[in-house]
Design a protein. Structure first.
Length: 93
């Protein structure tokens, strides 16, 4: 499942729709524009161009989370279980 499809699923669920999402953009400009257009339709506006460095990811996370970070965050297991419930795709352990 790609990033845009995952974002669409998360945005549809009230429990997860406020989670900030950062998508990695392909290096090909035409593909990147397509991903940006699809992402904007589902409310995602944070991107990193692939390949990105750990420093770039940390900066983007700091920018996106800032002071508005949710106080109560779902655990990895809660997210995994919810995604399992929302899709018919197998979830990796």
């Amino acid at each position: 499942m790609g990033g845009v499809k995952t974002a669409r699923i998360l945005r549809l669920h009230p429990k997860f729709n406020a989670i900030p999402i950062i998508l990695g953009l392909p290096t090909n400009r035409d593909e990147a524009r397509k991903v940006i257009a699809e992402s904007n339709e589902v409310g995602v506006s944070n991107f990193l161009l692939k390949p990105f460095t750990l420093a770039a990811l940390k900066k983007k996370l700091d920018d996106v989370l800032g002071e508005d970070a949710p106080v109560e965050k779902p655990t990895f297991l809660e997210i995994r279980d919810e995604l399992r419930n929302l899709s018919n795709l197998p979830v990796m352990p």
